[in-house]
Design a protein around this ligand. Structure first.
Ligand code: SF4
Ligand code: SF4
Length: 78
């Protein structure tokens, strides 16, 4: 599976962090997320990374970060 990131589409809402933590621990806690989204408050620039704890949402019907990104910032390709 391949993760496709569209930084132009990302609003920095951090919903993907919550979705990811729910996958891992069934709680909404950004610190338990494989994705870390950061916004530079001075420049407005958004950056994010996916770390090695990402298991591509094993056991879910589809990757939750992509499912709950309403702006099209994350997509997955098989
Ligand atoms: S990738 Fe999507 S869900 Fe994540 S911060 Fe960007 S807009 Fe929000
Ligand atoms: S695909 Fe990876 S980064 Fe996305 S929600 Fe699942 S574990 Fe987290």
């Amino acid at each position: 599976m391949k993760i496709i990131i569209d930084m132009e589409a990302c609003y920095g809402c951090r919903t993907c962090e919550l979705a990811c933590s729910y996958h891992h621990a069934k709680v909404f806690s950004p610190k338990l997320s494989s994705i870390k989204v950061q916004r530079n408050n001075r420049t407005g620039k958004i950056t994010w990374i996916i770390d090695s704890t990402c298991d591509f949402c094993e056991g879910e019907e589809e990757p939750l970060c992509a499912k709950f990104c309403f702006y099209g910032g994350i997509k997955f390709e098989k």
